[in-house]
Design a protein around this ligand. Structure first.
Ligand SMILES: Nc1nc2c(ncn2[C@@H]2O[C@H](COP(=O)(O)OP(=O)(O)OP(=O)(O)O)[C@@H](O)[C@H]2O)c(=O)[nH]1
Ligand SMILES: [Mg+2]
Length: 304
């Protein structure tokens, strides 16, 4: 397993700021993205997988910035109650809507990956933090030979206006541990903007897509599980610089301490088998009875 691009960020590339405690009702002052780079002609079929729970105000902004030439957009809805699915259909009538089978962002992504029909899958958050203008760079890195490409806020050219000081410190600590235990040289870890060749899906041994009991990897620890399994499977892992913007509306679903603990668990369980036997602390996501009641296997929506 090799890291294709691992040069370090210049000091100060990532900025920390205090996070407002209250739910906001107005858009934050994030500058609009520059013109979204179109995918070059002759690109493999690119599916964009977007997990969303209550992102009706953010998602249309994200969909409007997607590049031309995508194969499909797969929205994985987590039982949203704010009209997220309707907003997505209005903004992009060809969107494919997949319902997740359990709860949590990780389960949503696995269901989306199982349902997508392109050769490349881009995992893109719905909260406006991931810039669709960077999709072309992820695709280019995959075409250069990577199996999995991780976005990195810490490479030169990357950054964040959304990372608090506490999360930045936690990310660095967990990253150090990850790189030591897996002999990797990642420059970022807890970041949701990633891309992969869908042919690698089976090799990654991700949590199952079927309904039933919660599985480890169903929550925000998913990105760490993805990286750990890719390293263990000796996949070629690349990084591209990425700038994490502010979420535009609403509030994060992530709980720093609960989800940080689960990331730690994800790092250790592959290398220390005794850890795998210990239960991970806390639920992977807020309970969502609607999701559980209406869950359908994502594979059922898979196109031929
Ligand atoms: N389908 C689905 N999507 C989810 C779930 N939880 C979170 N998401 C989506 O996953 C994406 C990332 O969630 P955020 O709450 O922004 O968390 P984050 O980006 O890791 O953390 P922040 O940096 O605080 O924003 C967003 O598009 C959410 O709507 C879930 O249970 N189901
Ligand atoms: Mg976010």
């Amino acid at each position: 397993m090799a890291i294709i691009e691992s040069y370090r960020a210049e000091p100060g590339a990532v900025t920390a700021r205090a996070r407002p405690a209250a739910v906001d009702t107005a858009p934050r002052q994030t500058p609009p993205s520059p013109a979204t780079a179109a995918l070059p002609a002759g690109s493999p079929r690119v599916s964009v997988v977007i997990p969303a729970r209550d992102e009706a105000r953010n998602l249309p902004l994200v969909l409007a910035e997607l590049p031309e030439g995508l194969h499909e957009v797969v929205l994985v809805d987590g039982g949203s109650r704010d009209g997220t699915v309707a907003a997505a259909r209005r903004a992009r009538p060809d969107v494919r809507v997949v319902r997740q089978t359990r709860r949590g962002k990780g389960n949503a992504l696995v269901c989306g990956l199982a349902a997508c029909t392109g050769e490349i899958a881009i995992l893109l958050d719905a909260d406006y933090s991931a810039d669709p203008g960077e999709i072309a760079a992820f695709v280019a890195k995959l075409r250069e030979g990577a199996d999995l490409v991780k976005g990195s806020r810490f490479l030169h050219g990357g950054g964040s206006s959304d990372l608090t000081a506490v999360r930045s410190l936690g990310n660095k600590t967990l990253l150090f541990l990850m790189n030591r235990l897996y002999r990797t040289s990642f420059s970022d870890l807890c970041y949701g903007y990633n891309a992969l060749w869908t042919r690698c899906f089976e090799d990654l041994e991700l949590p199952s897509v079927g309904p039933g009991e919660a599985e480890f990897g169903d929550g925000f620890e998913f990105e760490t599980v993805l990286a750990a399994h890719a390293a263990t499977a000796r996949l070629e892992i690349g990084e591209v610089p990425s700038f994490e913007r502010d979420r535009r509306f609403g509030e994060s679903h992530l709980n720093t301490w609960r989800d940080g603990w689960r990331v730690l668990h994800a790092i250790l369980r592959e290398r220390l088998p005794s850890v795998a036997a210990c239960p991970a602390a806390g639920p992977s996501a807020e309970p969502s009875a609607e999701v559980l009641a209406t869950a359908v296997p994502a594979g059922a929506e898979k196109r031929s």
